[in-house]
Design a protein around this ligand. Structure first.
Ligand SMILES: [Zn+2]
Length: 65
């Protein structure tokens, strides 16, 4: 029997990431990708209120408006 490895694509660069304790940045492939994602996340939090959202407004159905 061979050990079954769970491999997930990095949300940033789509690189295969082995889901194991060794992959400390999973689901990201590296710290860099993790930071990029976190940066985008923080960016959304800091978006200027009232700024027109021209893209991906889906998933915000519970908007306080
Ligand atoms: Zn990556």
């Amino acid at each position: 029997m061979e050990p079954k490895l769970t491999v997930v694509p990095c949300p940033q660069c789509k690189k295969d990431v082995v889901w194991s304790p060794e992959s400390q940045y999973r689901p990201f492939c590296s710290k860099q990708c993790q930071m990029i994602d976190f940066g985008e996340w923080a960016d959304e939090e800091n978006t200027i209120p009232g700024a027109p959202d021209m893209s991906d407004s889906d998933g915000w159905s519970e908007d306080p408006y």
